[in-house]
Design a protein around this ligand. Structure first.
Ligand SMILES: Cc1cc2nc3c(=O)[nH]c(=O)nc-3n(C[C@H](O)[C@H](O)[C@H](O)COP(=O)(O)O)c2cc1C
Length: 315
């Protein structure tokens, strides 16, 4: 039983302390624990080259034999971190809230996950066994929920790509200065519990795992996220009255002011590998549409050439 703690905060700051407290709880329950602070590593931003998904697609179509991984893997520390990440059963993430959302240090790290897309790599045989990882997520901010409104939701959304099942989330509020969290025993107690919950989930058979956080948290009955928007048609025409912005569950508002999952509302649940696989179909369809127009409609190439030549002074 191995648990990786990841902090995206200042050294010895509130995220470090929150993650360490949760790891102490996991360790006391028998887990082998590892702790990293992302500031100690060189993590390059995803360049958006899409080589990873293209190459995985080529393996799936039999056009190449193996998937060599992210094109940046020899240039920074991401591969080294992901080797350990993928050998763990549990994850505890602590991340400062900057401008209502997770800090750029964390996002830079998490947006490299596409090259490690678990469902795709299982499909092409690049990974043999699904480790069925679970996670507890901790957002850390100087304010209350009103100034951290996107933090846990974006942290949670970063877990789909590697198929990590989020079983608990907690928002540490009103801690500004590094170390401020130690004056809040209620926060330390709760993140301790989160560490215990991660171990409990690891020890539960995969199909029986469930949400162990606050049962009343959030608006979405599926992922407990707090962001719901009015539904709009998807690329294939499907539409729900309301949607969870995090997991994609289709929802309706009940007479008592709560959200309920509609019939077939989990067909877009991003936690489910098949639903994400269908999203890959959407990506491929969009790409093919564009290629077709670019290759058959001469005005597309003319417009591309036009915009290439438009120049403005830079900095
Ligand atoms: C650039 C920047 C933006 C911030 N924005 C927010 C914010 O929108 N909401 C909030 O609650 N705290 C905000 N904070 C405060 C940090 O979240 C807070 O200091 C936190 O304890 C930092 O965690 P750390 O000690 O682990 O680094 C911001 C801090 C910085 C440096």
């Amino acid at each position: 039983m191995k648990v990786l703690g990841i902090s995206a905060g200042r050294h010895n700051g509130n995220s470090d302390i929150a993650v360490k407290e949760a790891l102490l709880a996991a360790q006391a329950k028998g887990a082998e624990c590892i702790f990293i602070n992302l500031f100690d590593y060189n993590i390059l931003p995803c360049t958006g080259c899409e080589s990873c998904t293209m190459m995985m697609g080529d393996v799936a179509m039999g056009k190449r034999d193996d998937y060599p991984g992210c094109v940046l893997k020899a240039k920074d520390d991401m591969e080294k971190i992901m080797d350990v990440f993928q050998s763990c059963n549990g994850l505890i993430v602590g991340c400062p809230t900057y401008d209502l959302a997770p800090s750029s240090m964390y996002l830079r790290f998490a947006q490299r996950f596409l090259a490690y897309e678990l469902a795709f790599r299982l499909k092409i045989g690049a990974v043999k066994v699904n480790p069925h990882m679970v996670a507890g997520l901790i957002a850390v901010g100087g304010s209350c929920h009103d100034w951290q409104g996107l933090s846990l939701e974006v942290l949670s959304a970063s877990m789909f790509t590697t198929s990590v099942h989020v079983i608990d989330q907690y928002m540490v509020t009103r801690v500004g200065q590094p170390g401020n969290i130690v004056t809040h025993p209620e926060h330390l107690e709760r993140v301790h519990k989160l560490g215990e919950n991660v171990v409990e989930a690891i020890q539960t058979p995969v199909e029986e795992r469930k949400w162990l956080g606050d049962p009343d948290m959030g608006l979405c009955p599926n992922c407990h996220g707090g962001l719901v928007f009015k539904g709009e048609p998807h690329w294939d025409g499907i539409e729900f009255p309301y949607e969870c912005a995090v997991c994609g569950a289709g929802l309706k508002l009940t007479a008592d002011g709560k959200f309920e999952i509609v019939e077939n509302g989990l067909c877009r649940d991003r936690n489910v590998d098949e639903a994400r696989g269908y999203h890959l179909d959407e990506i491929v369809a969009t790409r093919m549409d564009y290629y077709r127009m670019r290759d058959t409609d001469p005005s597309v190439k003319e417009k591309l050439a036009y915009y290439r030549e438009v120049k403005f002074p830079a900095i």
